[in-house]
Design a protein around this ligand. Structure first.
Ligand code: ZN
Length: 213
């Protein structure tokens, strides 16, 4: 199984929806007025929700359709799973990002640095990765309940088979293509392993495991 095919597009949409929220908060911060961090968290959550919902749906459908083509309720199930994930996850993202912004401003970082587009990019990349992991895990467990056993394998973004692209972090590089029991000896978690992590988990039917070893 590959990664979701629209990752870059979803990341860009995510960043583009965050930037107006950042610009408006930056303006308030630069003018010296106190930011309302509760409102900021809500606005960030609102900007995040649609993108992480899309990422969640994309991976869920990718995995389910690969294994279970005739399942008629699949789209509905994907939408329901994604909706419950994205509302909670978006609220958590809003709160964390607003807290980080508050800390950065309090420690004297200038507003144009705090609200830089790179921050929006980091959030978009990391949180799309987290949404993809969540959607994949849910699909895997539903498939497992029907007797389709899938084996997880860590994947970094590659330029060609086995060759990580330039942006892959050194801490993720050694995990590439390791099966779950192997990667967990190095890192007992799932993507994202770090801020800006674009790794994902590949799910292989246990019947096909011999071919990838
Ligand atoms: Zn990574």
């Amino acid at each position: 199984m590959a990664d979701i095919d629209n990752r870059t597009k979803i990341e860009a949409e995510f960043r583009n929806s965050l930037m107006p929220v950042f610009r408006s908060a930056q303006k308030s911060a630069a003018s010296g007025s106190d930011l309302n961090y509760t409102d900021l968290a809500v606005d960030i959550a609102g900007a995040a929700e649609e993108s992480i919902r899309k990422a969640h749906v994309a991976i869920f459908l990718l995995l389910m359709s690969q294994e279970w083509v005739d399942f008629s309720g699949m789209q509905l199930m994907a939408d329901q799973m994604a909706a419950s994930y994205s509302s909670n996850a978006a609220a958590a993202i809003g709160k964390t990002v607003a807290d980080n912004i508050r800390n950065d401003l309090a420690s004297g970082t200038l507003p144009d640095v705090v609200f830089d587009v790179n921050r929006a990019d980091r959030i978009a990349q990391t949180e799309v990765t987290r949404a993809v992991t969540s959607g994949g895990k849910q699909a895997k467990s539903i498939l497992a309940s029907t007797g389709k056993k899938l084996i997880a394998r860590w994947r970094v973004q590659e330029v060609s088979p086995g060759k990580p692209d330039d942006r892959v972090d050194d801490i993720c590089r050694p995990l590439n293509r390791l099966l779950e029991p192997e990667w967990r000896q190095i890192y007992n978690g799932m993507p994202p392993r770090h801020v800006n992590c674009r790794c994902y988990v590949d799910y292989i039917p246990s019947s096909e495991l011999e071919q990838v070893k």
